[in-house]
Design a protein around this ligand. Structure first.
Ligand code: ATP
Ligand code: MG
Length: 323
């Protein structure tokens, strides 16, 4: 399949600050690709170079089949850009803002007005579209910023942290919009520091930290690489009379399992391979210990992220929201 974006050994410095230390990645046409990383990792810098807004310090960058360096106009005719901060006009209404963006991209009057109305209807903005942009809530502002990047029907959409700092309902609308656009053929490149967002939306992810891409793969590959260890949590109806004896019995049927009791009513089994749940459950039944629930605890993308980047997931969230 064709790569719509290709980045090789991309370097960028701002004075003494090395924002990108030589990154490589590609985006396939038709996918939702996510650049996931903490504050200052180099996400915005990468987008601005890909869209021709900023020049690479070294390496090569192609976007929509063109060398991105110095091709801002040509690239921007084919891509949509949703910046991390709004680029719309306070004094214009929502409708006017959309039409203005369309005009900037050379969309003819009739076509841009039709597209603007279509987007407004899609977003359920109704009356809001006739009010000035400055009167909108943060969430509506962000939704309109996404719409503004779509008036010229780009083949590739860049979104820089599309849901950071907005309400849950608006974030949801934006995520649904991204999925629908993608289903209709638009390739999506987004940055985020929300691990769950990346997991929910993206087919492939690159982890970036301190100007380096530490891992790029599909969600499936990342999770498979998390290790094939199984963790089983068993909730008991009553605390076991003798924990040690119970642990010893479990060891007899599952010698490699690590048995622990994280809570009074919970037994945790960590085993190096897939475990047949039936055996420990039968054992508990034989000892008269009632089992309320048994579940397999899956490794999450968050575990993989922490392991691969060394960045704690909580630290990543906390930092950002302070902004
Ligand atoms: N115009 C600039 N001048 C100087 N340094 C900059 C500039 N833009 C970015 N940097 C620095 O480059 C590095 C990467 O910044 P960038 O904005 O690309 O990160 P980011 O991943 O988008 O972070 P955030 O999550 O905060 O948006 C940071 O150290 C940042 O301080
Ligand atoms: Mg940024």
């Amino acid at each position: 399949m064709e790569n719509i974006v290709e980045v090789k050994n991309l370097v960028k410095s701002y004075g003494d600050i090395r924002a990108l230390e030589g990154i490589d990645f590609y985006v396939r046409r038709g996918e939702i690709f996510g650049l996931l990383g903490p504050n200052g990792a180099g996400k915005t810098t990468t987008i601005s170079i890909l869209t021709g807004l900023s020049r690479p310090g070294g390496g090569s960058v192609t976007c929509c089949g063109m060398d991105a360096a110095g091709r801002m106009k040509k690239i921007q005719a084919r891509v949509g850009i949703v910046p991390d901060e709004s680029n719309l006009y306070d004094e214009l209404t929502g409708f006017e803002n959309l039409c203005f963006c369309g005009a900037l991209y050379g969309v003819r009057k009739k076509a841009r007005e039709r597209k603007a109305r279509e987007l407004i209807e899609y977003l359920g903005m109704g009356e809001f579209a006739r009010r000035r942009y400055k009167s909108y809530s943060k969430g509506i502002k962000r939704k309109l910023t996404v719409a503004a990047a779509l008036v010229h029907e780009p083949e590739l959409l860049f979104l820089d942290e599309p849901t950071t700092g907005i309400d849950v309902a608006s974030a949801r609308t934006i995520r649904e919009m991204i999925k629908e656009l993608n289903a209709r053929g638009t390739t999506v490149f987004l940055t985020t520091h929300y691990i769950e967002e990346a997991e929910r939306l993206c087919g492939r992810i690159a982890f970036i930290t301190r100007g380096r891409i530490v891992r790029a793969a599909t969600i499936g590959e990342l999770l498979a690489g998390a290790g094939n260890e199984s963790i089983i949590e068993i909730a008991l109806g009553a605390p076991p009379a003798d924990r040690e004896a119970l642990a010893d019995d479990i060891k007899k049927i599952l010698p490699e399992a690590v048995v622990s009791f994280p809570e009074k009513l919970t037994v945790r089994l960590q085993a190096g391979r897939d475990v047949d749940l039936g055996r420990p459950i039968a054992l508990f039944a034989a000892r008269g210990v009632r089992v309320r629930e048994a579940r397999l605890v899956k490794k999450s993308l968050e575990d993989v992220f922490v392991k691969v980047t060394g960045v704690e997931a909580d630290a990543m969230k906390g930092e950002k929201e302070k902004k």
